[in-house]
Design a protein around this ligand. Structure first.
Ligand code: DOR
Ligand code: ZN
Length: 349
């Protein structure tokens, strides 16, 4: 499959436009991976309790900063967890004060720690209107949550039932459809490229739903939105490697302790932080599109958020394949990384 024989690639330092860093001991162990690899990251607010106010976001940002290894330059960009009770004045002020970069929509019960999420989009129309006025992007977990909706159709359903209505009702609102998993996701973003974008995770580029059941049940492949069929995977690979401005890197790295994933009712999330760049590079390499990698990883995201790309350059080289070790969390257990037991090829020079 691999057509390229490039041995190294130099790009501006990349950013991760969607990551879960958690809190406490997990935060302290996972932040260094993201901070060493990326210049900035959009940090998801689905803590317990969630990051719903400027004050909570400021305090969380301090805890993240304290976990950045000495000498590493890394900027966490904070998001506000939208709920039925979000105070638009606090959100707008937090944005103006440089605390919030965006606000995250979790439809209630869509995923991990989303039970305080939005129960009906109509309830937050005033907040969305205030965000549009202030220029605050909406980051959407785009899935319907009604239990009768087939899990593989939840993203398409969200686009048809929720997103289209929001786009029509609030023309100035800028929206990132997070971790897209379907052809329909890529298409809707392209159709509204003047004000929409999408992040794409490594796992949705590398795998399709077969990976969930390969030789048995694979809990470490389970995330939300769930992996889809191959046609969608191929559409995402095309989108990510196209260079189009609307698609950019967002790992959705989502650490959960091993015993919480390898369980009768396992948590959703793929922890990719230790190997994120390597995972994307594998995809771009296989697609013979390493020349488009900088746009996806380092340019398109900052352009959408109105930020400058980094001046600093990073070089990645092929090296002897290595396997990422699980990350120990004191006495609590360990977190299994993407590519556990497999080989990773690329490494920062
Ligand atoms: O798989 C997921 N894990 N999807 C999400 O939307 C949330 C995330 C998490 O926080 O674990
Ligand atoms: Zn996420």
């Amino acid at each position: 499959m691999r057509a390229s024989f490039m041995q190294e690639i130099t790009i501006r330092r990349p950013d991760d436009w969607h990551v879960h860093l958690r809190d406490g001991s997990v935060l302290r162990e996972v932040v260094p991976f993201t901070a060493r690899m990326f210049g900035r990251a959009i940090v998801m607010p689905n803590l317990v309790p969630p990051v719903t106010t400027t004050a909570l976001a400021k305090a969380y940002r301090e805890r993240i900063r304290a976990a950045i290894p000495a000498g590493v330059k890394f900027t966490p960009l904070m998001t506000c967890y939208l709920s039925d009770d979000t105070d638009p004045a606090d959100l707008v002020q937090g944005f103006r004060d440089g605390v919030f970069t965006a606000a995250k929509l979790y439809p209630a019960h869509a995923t991990t720690n989303s039970h305080f999420g939005v129960t009906s989009i109509k309830r937050i129309y005033p907040v969305l209107e205030a965000m549009a006025e202030a220029g605050i992007p909406l980051l959407a977990h785009g899935e319907l949550t009604r239990s009768e909706v087939d899990i593989f159709d939840r993203e398409k359903g969200f686009i048809d039932e929720v997103l289209v209505a929001v786009l029509a009702r609030i023309p100035k609102l800028r929206i990132v459809l997070e971790h897209i998993t379907t052809t329909e996701g890529a298409d809707v973003v392209r159709a509204h490229a003047d004000r929409m974008a999408a992040t794409i995770t490594p796992q949705h580029l590398l795998y399709n739903r077969n990976a969930l059941f390969q030789g048995g049940l694979r809990p470490h492949m389970y995330c939300l939105p769930v992996l889809k069929r191959e046609t969608h995977q191929l559409a995402l690979r095309k989108a990510a490697t196209s260079g189009e401005k609307t698609f950019f890197l967002g790992t959705d790295s989502a650490p959960h302790l091993r015993h919480l994933k390898e369980a009768a009712c396992g948590c959703a999330g793929v922890f990719s932080a230790p190997v994120a760049i390597q995972a994307y590079l594998r995809v771009f390499d296989e697609e013979n599109a390493l020349d488009k990698f900088e746009a996806f990883a380092s340019l398109n995201g900052p352009a959408f958020y109105g930020l400058q790309p980094h001046e600093e350059r990073v070089t990645y080289r092929r090296r002897q394949p290595f396997s990422p070790a699980p990350v120990r969390i004191g006495n609590e257990g360990e977190i299994v990384s993407l590519f556990d037991g497999e080989n990773v090829e690329w490494v920062a020079a």
